[in-house]
Design a protein around this ligand. Structure first.
Ligand code: PLP
Length: 622
């Protein structure tokens, strides 16, 4: 467990059983319940689901919603704050119907609402939430249809708020409201000058593409006054970007937002709600640091800082409702991707290829001598010389002066030398600096049955790290180091940065494969953003998906199972008509029969094979 940092990033939800199985730990009133992931996988396979598989554990979604709301309620209680808190879930972070339905169902006691950034998301929000006055916060650019639908939502009983992203939206909203006879509730998204760290910090600062500048805010207030509609302005919104690692920056931004709120009240707007957007980070590294993939604070500290700031700045007036739009931490833990390793390339020397031959060129003979020198006084220099000789021999190969078989022996010698050097210095603190790179170069390549582009797009696009670990054999010490290549034919289709025990690493410790036994790895914390951002690179489609709910007695129910895309589904998405393809193939086969190249039986076999391929998963079948 330590090697993979499971207890660090697992947030209390993941652990290892004494028999080496990675377990999911679900909180219940009567105590935590542990269920082994291999047991869940086994149950799903017996239902016909296959790897790669996106596994959703519904209880973890519930647990995160509960933790978020409880953290704010506790901070409010402890500080004696006079206002209250409501969370809204930003639909864009995971739009799947099941996620939204579960959040609205489980979030009912806390009146957890939804945030919508487009017409489609508003349609989801209206239809999913009961019309019980829970918040629907509408961000994003709004056209007439969007606005009219939001006003109808108010008529139905939803507390739908339009947050102005541009000054131009205001007149359109006022016009639609007059036509429909529905009074809107408005918010202003302010561009704060506070800048934050992290991957997604472009949303912060005055050059942010979202929100209103100071002069635009003044213009909106004037326009509302002029129209006699200032009473519709109720909410101040800010969002500095996702995954903000530093609590002090969140605190500074909150303070600045409070100043905006106060000034708007002084202008005469009734206000009543302050919305701090998203940004609450997930500690993917599990090291509680200011790294962009981590956070230097806990959920409790985050809630406390926001409540304390609002209380200090605004409680003397009418204490506002505090809103946050946490998406990433709400859903990240809930999904994990399971995939198998279907092949491995090792970078190891063949011992029977290490004997010199009488007619070897000088450089090759010298390489053999230096191999022995690696056990001597100055192994680092000996290794450097070996590398130089290897380069010279490669040039000789290019000039046509070295045979293919000799070049293979050069490669073999270099691998032998590399391993000997690593073995000699491996565990030492004072070791030659090339050694770390060398160790990476000697690592295995494990071929994983997944597409990074489809399932982990943020890893490919922006280097986001997700925890990766085998889900079994964790009672055996792994004796190999590896990187993972995915199944696409793309050199970017790899995972070569991993989360270890409190530090990142360039290789993953893995176990040697056993014949006849699957080796299954999990990529964890993939519930946020990954599902809809993924693409069809190399035409690898959706994986199988299963949702499970763990019971207090340690059993589980499969609440939903979806087969992934078949080859045929993906071809249709790319505008191919499968019937046309089949017809073309049939004609080719017919011609081949006519020319006597294949028999009629061959023809049938070819067409049947083509059909079987179209019906199969896009992933590797063993
Ligand atoms: N609110 C708004 C307006 C956003 O743009 C986003 C995403 O960036 C979020 C909330 C969700 O942020 P997070 O996933 O950091 O909770």
């Amino acid at each position: 467990a330590e090697l993979y940092g499971i207890r660090r990033w697992g947030n209390g939800y993941f652990d290892v059983d004494p028999d080496g199985a990675l377990t999911v730990r679900v909180p219940f009133d009567g105590g935590d319940v542990r269920v082994a992931l291999p047991a869940i996988l086994d149950g799903l396979r017996r239902r016909g689901l296959r790897l790669p598989l996106l596994l959703r554990i519904e209880n973890l979604l519930d647990a995160q919603i509960a933790r978020l709301n409880k953290a704010f309620h506790q901070a409010i209680r402890e500080r004696g704050y006079g206002g209250s808190y409501q969370g809204v879930f930003p639909i864009k972070v995971n739009q799947q119907r099941q996620v939204i339905e579960e959040i609205t169902r489980f979030g009912t006691p806390w009146r957890h609402g939804l945030e919508a950034g487009s017409k489609a998301e508003l349609a989801i929000a209206m239809a999913s939430l009961p019309a019980d006055g829970r918040l629907i916060v509408c961000n994003g650019y709004k056209d007439r249809t969007f606005i009219e639908l939001g006003l109808e939502a108010r008529r139905l009983g939803h507390n739908c708020v339009f947050v102005l992203e541009t000054p131009g939206e205001l007149d359109l909203i006022l016009d639609c409201s007059d036509r429909l006879g529905v009074t809107p509730v408005l918010g202003i998204r302010a561009k704060l000058s506070t800048r934050v760290d992290g991957h997604w910090n472009l949303t912060s600062g005055e050059r942010s593409i979202f929100g209103l500048s100071i002069s635009q805010i003044v213009g909106v207030v004037d326009r509302l006054k002029q129209a006699g509609r200032l009473e519709t302005l109720r909410l101040l919104h800010c969002h500095l970007g996702s995954q903000i690692p530093v609590l002090d920056q969140i605190g500074q931004a909150a303070q600045e937002a409070c100043r905006f709120y106060r000034e708007l009240r002084q202008e005469g707007a009734p206000m009543g709600m302050i919305d701090f957007g998203g940004g609450l980070a997930v500690d993917y590294l599990g090291d509680r640091s200011q790294n962009s993939q981590s956070r230097d604070y806990s959920l409790r500290q985050y809630a406390d800082r926001l409540v304390a700031t609002v209380q200090r700045q605004l409680a003397d007036d009418d204490p506002p409702l505090i809103i946050t739009e946490s998406g990433r931490p709400t859903v990240a833990y809930y999904s994990l991707l399971l995939f198998d390793i279907f092949d491995v390339t090792r970078f190891e020397a063949e011992p029977d290829q290490l004997r010199p031959a009488a007619d070897d060129p000088d450089e090759l003979r010298r390489m053999h001598d230096l191999l022995a020198a690696l056990d001597g006084e100055d192994p680092a220099t000996a290794y450097r010389q070996i590398v130089e000789l290897r380069d010279r021999l490669h040039q000789a190969f290019t000039r046509g002066e070295l045979s293919l078989r000799r070049r293979a022996r050069v490669q073999n010698l270099l691998l032998a030398a590399g391993h000997r050097l690593v073995a000699r210095f491996g565990g030492m603190d004072r070791r030659p600096k090339e050694l770390d790179r060398l160790r990476d170069e000697l690592a295995d390549i494990c071929y994983g049955n997944l597409s990074v582009f489809q399932s982990l797009p943020d890893h490919w696009a922006i280097g986001q790290l997700f925890p990766v670990a085998p889900i079994h054999r964790l009672d055996e010490r792994p004796d190999r180091e590896a990187i993972i290549a995915d199944i696409t034919c793309d050199s970017d289709g790899r995972i070569s940065h991993f989360i270890g025990d409190g530090a990142t690493r360039s290789t993953l410790p893995v176990h040697a494969l056993k014949t006849g036994e699957d080796y299954v790895l999990g990529v964890f914390l993939v519930g946020a953003y990954q599902e809809t951002l993924g693409d069809l690179h190399n035409l690898f489609g959706d994986t199988d998906v299963a949702s499970v709910r763990i019971d207090p007695d340690g059993g589980f129910q499969v609440t939903r199972e979806d087969r992934g895309d078949r080859v045929e589904d993906i071809l249709q998405l790319m505008q191919y008509r499968v019937e046309d393809l089949r017809d073309r193939l049939r004609r080719q086969a017919e011609q081949a029969v006519g020319e006597g190249r294949i028999s009629l039986t061959d023809r049938q076999a070819i067409l049947a094979r083509f059909d079987r391929c179209l019906q199969e998963t896009t992933y590797f079948c063993s």
